[in-house]
Write a protein that binds this ligand. Sequence first.
Ligand code: ADP
Ligand code: MG
Length: 335
Amino acid sequence: MSVIHRLPDLLVNQIAAGEVVERPASVLKEVLENAVDAGARAIEVQLEQGGVRRIRVADDGCGIARDDLELALERHATSKIASLDDLERVGTMGFRGEALAAIAAVARTTITSRAAGSPHAWRIAGDDRGTAPAALNHGTVVEVADLYYNTPARRKFLKSEGTEFAHCDEMFRRVALARPDIALQLAHNGRISHRLAVAAPLARVAALMGDDFVAHAREVEAESGALRLTGLASLPAYSRASRDAQYFFVNGRFVRDKLLTHAVRQAYADILHGARHPAYVLFLTLDPAGVDVNVHPAKIEVRFRDARAVHQFVFHALTRALAESGAAQAGMAAE
Ligand code: ADP
Ligand code: MG
C-alpha cells in the first residue's frame, strides 16, 4: 500500500510562504521588487495596520497581460529567467517565480494590471483565479489583505502594529536607497511618511539618512576591474551605538553578508572604538556572473565567486576614502 501522496498546491504554497513571507515587510519587499523589475518610474505604497490589514503597491511599470495574470500567481512561473544561463547572470531582483504564489496562499491577494497596448486593465483574485475587466490607467496594483487570515499559527507571530510598520518602513528605505531613479511614496493608515522624488544618488541618501549623516560622511568612489564601490561612509564623529544605519547593496540588492561586514569593520578598526558602529550606505557593483544571489529565498545572502578579491577591494576602497579625509586622525583624537 502506498503512503506517499502529492500535496495540494495551496498547501505547497503555504509551506513555501514560511520561507518567503515572514511578516508584512517581506510581502512589501517582494511586491516592491516586482514593481522595480517591471521598470516602474513611480511606486506608491499604502499600508494599513502595519501592513497586516492591507498592503497596496501601485506602479507605472510594464503591466501584466491578461493571459499572464493567472501564471503570475502560479508557483515557479516567471518572466525573468528561462534557463540556467539566465540564472547565472540574472539582473532582476526576482527570478524564482514563487513570491506571488506564496503571498496569495496566506493572504487575500488581488492584482489589477494593464499591459501596454491593452484597451483596459484586468483583475485577478488569488482565490478564484479567472480574470475580470477592471479600470486602471497603466501599470499594476497589487493588494495584499489580511495576512495569515487562513494560517492562524503564523498570525500569532506577528508583532504590534508599530513594530510591523517599522519593518515595512525599513524595507521601503532599502529599495528607496537603491533606486533614486524611481519616485517613491509610503503611507501608513492614510498618513504619508515618505514622499521621494527622483533624485541623484547622494540626494536620495540625504533624504533618507539625514543631512547630519551626509555632513559627517566621506564619499566613497573606487573601481578595480569589474568591481565598483560607491556611496557614503560615516566619519568616527557620527558613529552609532547600534548597527541600525548600515546599508550594503550588491548590484542594487540589499544584502547582509559576513564577508562585506568584515571588510567594513576592518577598514574602521583603527579609527573607531570597538563598541561604536559606523553608518554607511555602500553600493558594490560587479559582473552578475561573479556573485550568486540564489542562496536563500529572500536573497539577502550572497556568495561571491572571488570572495578574497571582493574583500580586499572593499577594505582598501573604504580605508582610502576614510583616510583621505583625515578621519584617522580625527577619530584617534576623539578616543
Ligand atoms: P518573480 O519576481 O521571481 O518572477 P513573482 O511571483 O514575484 O516571481 O512574480 C511572478 C511574475 O509576475 C513576474 O515574473 C512578472 O512577470 C509578473 N509581475 C509581478 N508583479 C509585477 C508588476 N508589478 N508588474 C509587472 N509584472 C509583474
Ligand atoms: Mg518577484
